[in-house]
Design a protein. Sequence first.
Lengths: 311, 323
Amino acid sequence: MFPHLRITNYQLQVHGAGVRLDLYAALQAVINGLLTGALYALIGMGLALIFGVMRIVNFAHGAFMMLGMYATYVLFTRTGVSPYVLFMVAGILLFAAGYVIYFGLLRPIHGQSDFMQILLTLGIGLIATDGVLLVFGADYHQINFPLLGKNLHFGQHLNVNAPWVVSFVIAVVLALTLYLFVMRTMTGRAARAIAQNRYAAPLMGINVFRVQAISFALGVAAAGVAGGLLLPVFYIYPQVGDQFTLKAFVIVVLGGMESIVGAALAGLVLGVVESLTSLYWGNEWALAVDFVIFLLVLSLKPSGIFGRQRA
Amino acid sequence: MKRSHLLAALVVFILSLLVPAVVQTDYVLQILFRIYLFAALGLAWNLVGGYAGQLSLGHSAYFGAGAYSLALFSGRLGVSPWIAALMGVAVALACALLIGGVSFRLRGPYFVLATIAFAEVLRLIAKNLPEVTGGDVGVQVPALFHGNVNRAFYWAAVGLTAVAFATTVAISRARFGYYLMAIREDEDTALSVGIGAAKNKLAALLISAVLTALAGALYGSLFLYIVPDQVLALDVSNEIAIVAMLGGAGTILGPVVGSVVLESAAELFKNFFKEAHLLIYGVLLVVVVLFLPEGIIGTLGALLRRRALLGGIKASARGVTGD
């Protein structure tokens, strides 16, 4: 019934099924997946804060990531400073943008249905994407700096590209910082209080609009920072963020909505799943697998993989 | 809707059919085709998004199903084009059953996300199975009309809009339409008075999918060639929803007005902004949400009602004071 399994020379051969799995290739794919996944985690945590905790349905999340990428790109081409410094500037710019967008556009429709938020943020995303298209054109760009050519080798078979490692480390540090912010600071506590009960929170003296603005801006900044960290290892073009909007929602739903930690884990899982899908089925199916998983989770376990059951 | 309104609609329909007698340029006819096509699409979307209040951002699935079925059933299996278009309707119905079956159990943003995810899966399948669908290279679509093509397609789009309009009028006056509106206003209350929410929402989606698939077949056949990123793109879903929301979701006339405004604006913008013409959609979305949440028709209707109400109050006040 089961195909005969035999492990030889670190290679797992499945007789009968005719499939040959190379353990090293799989391990390499998992490592690559984790490296991408850390950036997904950061983007997902940003949306978890905006959508999961603040209940703002942000369909412009990928566009904000794209803006972070372009901000870093423009600064890099003008100044030549390393993108690993400039991503912070992008984060600050995106934080400011998020704050202004919250008070200028989102607060006026406060209390209206989710659909209005969806349409508004969809509009903001289209304006951002096509605004960038108008200014920078539709061309693909890629930046070049010395670190790009460097590879780190582990043993004979495994190696990773140095900029991915640097981005990974920074993303992990930022994810931890964001987690600590939400769990330990007064603003973070206030945000979670609003998530628990948005009517009782103002009675406890919480300025709901200010906390929502800060949370929204932080979530947008997280997406922007992730964009800056993706710049060294990704092509940049105006529609680059489009697929990340949906991916971010996939991550938040997988992670169980309110959970920042869940989103981080879900980001890593999604990175690994995509990487393994690319290895065995081909790169072009990775996104389709994302959506199928998403639909399965939505219909079978809406509380997410890492989330608690919601009442 | 009053009898005089229906008469006006009939007059507009007949005048629309006569337009090709005056307008001879292909360019103008193609723009008018697009306006009517998206009016029909907006009306179809409106049944689900407007009356039933279920914001679908995945209508490209049915649009693409219509276009691709026409191309594949006719091109690969040799079925005659009109039969292939009808098979496209069947495929779209199957998609709607699947999508509705899963998505209608979800509410709010989750429903929206599920519709998008389904449409995206279809697009990726069309992209990634080149042996079947032609992949990114695309596939040829057979011509549904011969001879004076632009005029024929224009008439077909007008006809489809008329069908969609008549369907909307019929539904808005029927018990079914009131069920849908009750579900939109408060699903739990609707359920508690015995309205089968799932069944009625699905019925609305099926009707919507039929009309959308036919529009997709028309669109594909006019261009004679389709690629996944054109007919199965999220941009198509967004455009359909924007047309209906701009004109006024849940109103009979809204999608038609929305299509006239959006498609004309988009055509003007294309000349100025070239590939960045989606900018106008973004701006319109933000404007609609902030200033016209009920759309053009919805807001106009509210204004007229308020004026009528104020007029009535003034008249009765005059009656009381006696001047």
